[in-house]
Design a protein around this ligand. Structure first.
Ligand code: NG1
Ligand code: MG
Length: 453
């Protein structure tokens, strides 16, 4: 079974680990028994399609979450963040309940991971733990700091309780548990957190969860830059609105395509599988069937012959009072983006040019901006600065509405591109102080989650 590697803590010490262990000793008066390290990620292409059942293509970053841990005899969980901006938490570990009403506290992501493992152990009680947490993944930036935290907490809990779960099982369990927060995302972030391999991006497909190595052609650099427009996804309902629109589009397409089990089909990829059309033919069908620019809830109910209570059962809780849905635009993005992912993977396989890859990234951004409407004017500006400054392609990464851009550049031009962005975006927008390597950097594909002991 492929479980997360256990590597030597002594051989992998660095300044950050030392600081976290010092913090642990100061807080709890003893040494941690082990530390876990889980990476953030940047998604190269395949945005807002994982929860529609389609494959995505992310890579892990060097930036990560570290949790130092020690199991205890009692049933108390104590969590301290190395950054005092995030307040500590203490509670009964066998009595955690995180719901979408629990508030937007950082520690809820830790509790999601713990609760996920605890529920998988059915009736067994789990041990108490002392934890200290450190993160170098930018928060609310589309780099998956939230999932890295959930995955790190789940890994800590499973290891502390002597479980041995495969990387796949951990990833699926964490994808389910992060939904306790209320956002109904797909499984991309948790999958790459566990399944990443140093030096490779991954083509990740779902049901069953599989990750295939993708080698980015030689001579290309991946650059990440923060737009400084920030959205806290858990505190807003925009993400789930898109989930709702994609689900409604799937049910209507399934019904109008004559599928007898349409009531059970809520995922666009399942509609495609059952009707047996190619992605481009699905795009055509989608334009025919979902011809209106906007659907009211009433119209959706009429098409589906459901009353509004029944219709709402299909929707994430915080979107049940939504009255207007853009269905064709969202579904068209999903089918076209899914096609771009497979083209991107194919170009990488045959050693295609950076231009071709960059072009797909540009199309992805434009579609997210115009059809999916999840960009932000500042992100659009950053993307456009990157394109003008010699990037082969640039797009928003992660859920959007702010956060980071990912750009592809020729390796020998990456430094010039960074300097140009600092000039044309950061300084031009009085963000000069932010232009350090925390917010604008290039990265090699990093490795997946490990346990250090
Ligand atoms: P971010 O916003 O980067 O955490 C979210 C979802 C992903 C995926 C992307 C959009 C979670 C945990 N993550 O990522 O599954 O849907 O948006 O492609 O909900
Ligand atoms: Mg996230």
């Amino acid at each position: 079974m492929d479980t997360p590697a256990v590597i030597s803590l002594a051989d992998n010490k660095d300044a950050q680990l030392d600081k976290l262990i010092d913090k642990f000793e100061k807080c709890y008066g003893s040494q941690p028994s082990f530390v876990v390290r889980v990476p953030g990620r940047v998604n190269l292409i395949g945005e807002h399609i994982d929860y529609c059942g389609y494959s995505v293509l992310p890579m892990a970053l060097e930036q990560h979450i570290l949790i130092a841990a020690k199991p205890t005899e009692d049933a108390i969980i104590k969590i301290v963040n190395a950054d005092p901006k995030y307040p500590p938490f203490e509670g009964d570990i066998n009595n955690l309940r995180i719901t979408s009403d629990s508030g937007v506290y950082w520690h809820n992501y830790v509790l999601c991971g713990i609760q996920g493992i605890s529920e998988s152990m059915k009736a067994k009680r789990i041990c108490g733990m002392h934890l200290t947490v450190y993160g170098s993944v930018l928060p609310n930036a589309g780099l998956s700091s939230s999932s890295a935290l959930v995955c790190a907490a789940a890994l800590v809990t499973s290891y502390a309780n002597g479980l041995s779960l495969s990387k796949q099982d951990l990833a699926s369990l964490c994808a389910r548990s992060e939904r306790y927060i209320g956002t109904e995302g797909g499984g991309m972030d948790q999958a790459i957190a566990f399944l990443a391999r140093f030096g490779c991006a991954k083509h990740i497909s779902f049901k069953p969860l599989q990750a295939t190595d993708v080698k980015i052609p030689a001579g290309l650099a991946v650059l990440v830059a923060h737009s400084f427009a920030e959205l806290n996804k858990a505190a807003s309902d925009q993400f789930n609105q898109r989930v709702a629109e994609c689900r409604l589009a799937a049910i209507i397409l399934a019904k109008k395509s004559g599928l007898s089990n349409w009531r059970e089909i809520t995922v666009l990829a399942d509609v495609q599988k059952q009707v047996g059309l190619s992605l481009s033919d699905m795009g055509v069908r989608c334009k025919e069937i979902l011809s209106k620019d906007v659907y009211t809830k009433e119209e959706a109910c009429e098409i589906l012959e459901l009353d509004s209570n029944l219709l709402e059962q299909y929707l994430p809780e915080n979107t049940r009072s939504t009255e207007l849905f853009k269905l064709r635009q969202r579904a068209t993005h999903v089918f076209e983006e899914a096609l771009r992912v497979s083209q991107f993977q194919e170009f990488c396989k045959i050693g295609g040019s950076g231009r071709e890859l960059g072009h797909l990234m540009n199309l992805s951004h434009d579609s997210l901006r115009d059809l999916f409407e999840c960009s932000h004017p500042q992100l659009d500006e950053l993307v456009s600065c990157a394109r003008k400054s010699g990037a082969l392609g640039a797009r928003l990464t992660g859920a959007g509405w702010g956060g980071c851009m990912v750009a592809l550049a020729l390796e020998e031009q990456a430094d010039a591109l960074m300097s140009s962005l600092k000039e044309t975006y950061y300084r031009a927008n009085s963000l000069g102080v932010k232009e350090n390597d925390k917010f604008i950097f290039h990265s090699q594909p990093g490795g997946g989650a490990v346990i250090l002991q």
